[in-house]
Ligand binder design. Structure first.
Ligand SMILES: Cc1cc2nc3c(=O)[nH]c(=O)nc-3n(C[C@H](O)[C@H](O)[C@H](O)COP(=O)(O)OP(=O)(O)OC[C@H]3O[C@@H](n4cnc5c(N)ncnc54)[C@H](O)[C@@H]3O)c2cc1C
Length: 493
């Protein structure tokens, strides 16, 4: 091995690219290596193509409201699935091209190949060992598919292959109704594909609040067959694949495995690091530094399973990049003339993580902010509720479905979190995430401006409901506008 690198980044997804940005500010003695296609999971097969598909599905589904609006002719509309998928791929290609720009000009610092860790200061890339002062592991995750399902060949789809299909259906089973399963199952159903969904977990789209979960289940059942509880089993039958779960059976043309994702950590050589690994083979990772133990090794993004979301992967890559360089460029580790362009702290910095925020792009959207109901002590928590059935703006738009729950500390009124299955939840959730991170109380929020007529007035209804239940509700001050009550007129709320 020649002169060691300052860092070696394994994986050029969102986390690896975020790390790369920090590393390049501080050194030119680095390598980034990626196995398989470049362009990131998000842009290639994840967030972006799935959202492009969902937009087409929701646009087509909107036709069911046309008669109510007084718009005629909806029955003449058809979904050309092949054309829908073609648009998804065209957009996907543009998103991927953008992501590729981050690594296209790196020259010899960019390598294609499989990396394996040989120890805290060495990595093998396709048979060639590299010495390095630090390592950033950002290897992401992949869809989980039971081995025995591989016998069904290309009729078993995952999000890695779904968007590549020339067309889909007409009968599809979706197995697993977590975040990805719910998004894809509803999108396909809305495009006119016959969808049967199966899930062992009662929690759809990751919702832990039982009332909201039941609400989502009821809404999804209007659009597809949904079976929860027993595991799904597959069997070849004349005319297709039979999917059975308890007493329920359907025959389909394709099966989408949406049973979660597996971190890409096996065969990565983590056992050479000399730290304890759990039964999945995962070392403990400090979520504030991304460091493994006190090694110069950092594990970021989906690969560590902490919060497999894009903004978290980007944050973790950023943290890992800064901290890997802190290890590499300490006076003890670095050569005398280390090309540190900007000052780097000598030890890993502990970063304060953002308020948890997760959004599921079904309709109504699902979102979770801060603490979930299941994380909170019910004796010290109040839940403020709004149902959107009667909310003025939601009714005007024919989108009056779903509900939102805000959770606040009973004694202090401080907002703890929220869960919702609600129209435009992506926006309501951001507003609430800002409030939770700013440590605002229900009272603080009720003192903020609310325009009319907007969906945020629904959020205000939930906040007022929470305010009435707070320990000091009887002594609510009248000296500011936070105690301004509802008018009791649905059209004005
Ligand atoms: C269908 C779908 C929809 C999603 N929607 C959303 C959404 O709406 N919002 C959201 O926030 N998140 C969403 N996500 C999650 C988001 O895409 C991920 O959290 C994010 O892409 C993870 O980035 P990463 O850098 O950790 O991994 P990746 O982008 O997967 O990058 C890891 C890279 O490492 C490479 N690699 C693996 N092993 C090795 C090795 N040994 N040597 C070299 N290279 C290796 C891989 O090939 C890959 O290129 C979605 C995911 C999917 C699948």
């Amino acid at each position: 091995m020649s002169q060691p690198l300052d860092t070696l980044i394994i994986g050029a997804g969102t986390a690896g690219l975020a790390a790369l940005r920090e590393v390049r500010k501080r050194t030119d003695r680095y390598l980034i290596v990626n196995e398989g296609p470049w362009g990131t999971t998000c842009a290639r097969v994840g967030c972006m193509p799935s959202k492009a598909l969902i937009e087409a599905a929701n646009a087509f589904h909107r036709r069911h409201a046309f008669e109510t609006f007084g718009l005629r002719g909806a029955e003449g509309l058809t979904a050309d699935i092949a054309a829908v998928l073609q648009r998804v791929r065209a957009l996907r290609d543009q998103f991927v091209a953008g992501a590729l720009q981050a690594t296209d000009t790196l020259g010899a610092a960019r390598m294609a190949g499989r990396a394996t860790v040989l120890g805290p200061n060495a990595v093998d890339i396709d048979g060639t060992p590299y010495a390095t002062r630090s390592i950033i592991i950002a290897t992401g995750s992949r869809p989980r598919v039971p081995d025995e399902w591989l016998a069904f060949g290309d009729r078993i789809l995952t999000t890695d292959t779904l968007f590549e299909q020339p067309t889909l259906g007409p009968r599809v089973a979706v197995i697993g109704m977590g975040v990805i399963g719910v998004e894809i199952a509803q999108a396909l159903a809305r495009l006119g594909i016959e969808v049967a969904a199966f899930t062992t977990s009662p929690h759809l789209a990751g919702l832990k609040d039982p009332t909201l979960n039941a609400e989502l289940a009821a809404l999804l059942k209007e659009e597809m067959l949904l079976h929860t509880g027993a595991p799904a089993e597959l069997r070849e039958v004349p005319g297709g694949i039979e999917v059975s779960s308890g007493p329920n059976r359907v025959v389909v043309d394709q099966v989408i495995a949406a049973m979660g994702r597996v971190p890409n950590i096996e065969h990565l050589g983590l056992e050479t690091l000399g730290v304890p690994l759990d039964k999945r083979g995962m070392p403990a990772v400090n979520p504030q530094t991304q460091q493994i133990g006190d090694l110069p090794v950092f594990l970021a993004g989906d690969a560590n399973t902490h919060a497999p979301l894009l903004h978290e992967a980007a944050d973790e890559g950023h943290i890992a990049g800064i901290n890997a360089m802190a290890c590499a460029l300490t006076p003890a580790a670095a050569p005398a003339a280390a090309p540190a362009a900007i000052p780097t702290p000598p030890t890993p910095t502990r970063f304060q993580r953002r308020t948890p925020l997760a959004i599921v792009f079904c309709d109504p959207q699902v979102a979770m902010v801060g603490k979930r109901l299941a994380d909170l002590d019910s004796a010290h928590t109040v839940t403020g509720t709004v149902r959107f059935t009667n909310q003025g703006r939601a009714r005007a738009a024919q989108r009056n479905r779903g509900a939102l729950h805000v959770y606040a500390d009973r004694a202090t009124g401080r907002l703890q979190g929220a869960e919702m299955c609600a129209p435009a939840a992506e926006h309501l959730a951001h507003l609430l995430a800002l409030a939770v991170q700013q440590k605002l109380t229900v009272h603080d929020l009720l003192g903020m401006p609310f325009y009319h007529p907007v969906l945020e007035e629904g959020l205000r209804t939930a906040l007022r409901d929470a305010a009435r239940q707070l320990a000091d509700a009887a002594n609510a001050p009248e000296s500011d506008l936070a105690s301004c009550p509802a008018l009791g007129v649905p059209a004005l709320e």
